[in-house]
Design a protein around this ligand. Structure first.
Ligand code: HPA
Length: 271
């Protein structure tokens, strides 16, 4: 993707909004209702934005919602596209660049994930402290623009420590379980095999999912602070013995919504 393609998308969005957001949030599967709490909304559907990828998968309504939460201007990406839908990785990562060019300094990236760590239970949240990406593709691969400097970025602090501390603090205040762990990125669309989950566990992963990492890498590339939150919708293949279905994963997302919304709202209040 060319930088001018991204600029075209951003110019279109700028023409639709009157605010200057400082915080962006990407809402994972089933978490779209978080956006109901945003005030003074302006909605821009993904499929109206030039060059912006728009989703086809159930449970991923594609729109950007601009508005106010806790007195702060935010931008919420409700729904996202995934590698398994056939998009190139730089397209998946476009929300991060768009957020940056619209003036955001921080991005909260959320997802549904399968729990690998046996201390986790479905319905709980995990703060992402680091990730593992086995898929060789990268959103910066073939990047032909240098607006954000070198593409050889340091990855030692993808998920900003100070933001994680705020999240832990707020979870504690709400008496909410918030695990912290390593997120393994698998591209899907099929769920993992039991052997793959055993491998990921050996590698140090605590949860597995099919999103977030492309956007997080791009966020680091363009200098955004990142907070990653996974909600554990199920235990990963072979951990609990039940077989997985997309509809059950979406259904589980609904139960977690309230705790998630309160936690994220409180975190945004602190940013
Ligand atoms: N694996 C991959 N992605 C997921 C899972 C899972 O078990 N649950 C929710 N998203």
């Amino acid at each position: 993707m060319k930088y001018s393609d991204i600029e075209m998308a951003v110019d279109y969005i700028r023409g639709k909004i009157r605010i200057s957001p400082k915080i962006a949030i990407i809402l994972g599967s089933g978490l779209g209702s978080f956006a109901d709490h945003i005030e003074e909304q302006t909605i821009v559907p993904y499929n109206e934005i030039p060059n912006f990828p728009s989703s086809s998968v159930e449970g991923h309504v594609g729109k950007i919602i601009f508005g106010k939460l806790q007195g702060k201007y935010i931008i919420a990406f409700s729904g996202r596209v995934h590698y398994y839908e056939g998009y190139s990785m730089d397209k998946l990562a476009m929300p991060s660049v768009v957020a940056k060019l619209l003036g955001c300094e921080k991005i909260i990236i959320t997802n549904a994930a399968g729990g690998i760590n046996e201390e986790f239970s479905p319905g709980e949240l995990m703060l992402i402290k680091d990730h593992i990406k086995l898929c060789p593709d990268n959103p910066m691969r073939g990047s032909n623009y240098r607006e954000f400097g070198s593409i050889f970025k340091d990855m030692s602090n993808v998920y900003t420590k100070s933001l994680r501390e705020i999240a832990k603090d707020e979870a504690y205040g709400l008496d909410l379980t918030l695990h912290e762990g390593v997120y393994a990125y698998m591209t899907g669309p099929c769920y993992e095999t039991p052997a793959e989950i055993r491998m990921l566990k050996l590698l140090g992963a605590d949860a597995v999912g099919m999103s977030t990492v492309p956007e997080a890498i791009m966020a680091v590339n363009c200098g955004l602070d990142v907070l990653g939150i996974s909600y554990i919708t199920n235990m990963a293949t072979g951990i609990s013995g039940v077989s997985l279905s997309h509809s059950e994963v979406l259904e589980a997302g609904k139960y977690i919504n309230k705790a998630f919304t309160t936690l994220v709202t409180n975190i945004i209040d602190r940013l």
